[in-house]
Design a protein around this ligand. Structure first.
Ligand code: 5GP
Length: 114
């Protein structure tokens, strides 16, 4: 999986501004932020897209949301509001094929998204 950019971040082969880490999950600030707070929350195991998820991944995916909740709270945006997004495949805007939850906050958001 040497073409997986996020595995390189996990391995510290590429630097990143890491805001959370445990045995299963890493969270770091997006290099091209779309909001004042833009953090990517990823599993440490390589899963290409939402389409590749298995029932055994359910707890891990749930944990991505709990980490988002923790970061939103520690960054002080839990009450004002935030958005979490996971793009699946190119048509939805996925560019890095290692699943990641975008945590976006610190500004108002419109709906529907672009
Ligand atoms: P996607 O478009 O796949 O949903 O999201 C990929 C995200 O990864 C984009 O928001 C992009 O800015 C971010 N990204 C791409 N390369 C890097 C990198 O080297 N470091 C960090 N921190 N973020 C990256």
């Amino acid at each position: 999986m040497s073409d997986d950019l996020f595995l390189k971040i996990i391995a510290r082969e590429i630097p990143a501004d890491i805001v959370y880490e445990d045995d299963e999950v890493l969270a770091f600030r997006d290099i091209n932020p779309q909001a004042p707070l833009h953090v990517l929350i990823i599993p440490k195991v390589h899963i290409r897209t939402i389409n590749d998820l298995q029932p055994t991944d359910a707890e891990l995916v749930g944990k991505l949301f709990l980490v988002a909740q923790d970061i939103a709270r520690s960054e002080g945006i839990d009450e004002s509001g935030y958005r979490v997004v996971m793009n699946c495949n190119a048509g939805a805007g996925q560019t890095v094929f290692h699943i990641h939850l975008h945590l976006l906050g610190g500004r108002d958001f419109t709906w529907p998204p672009g």
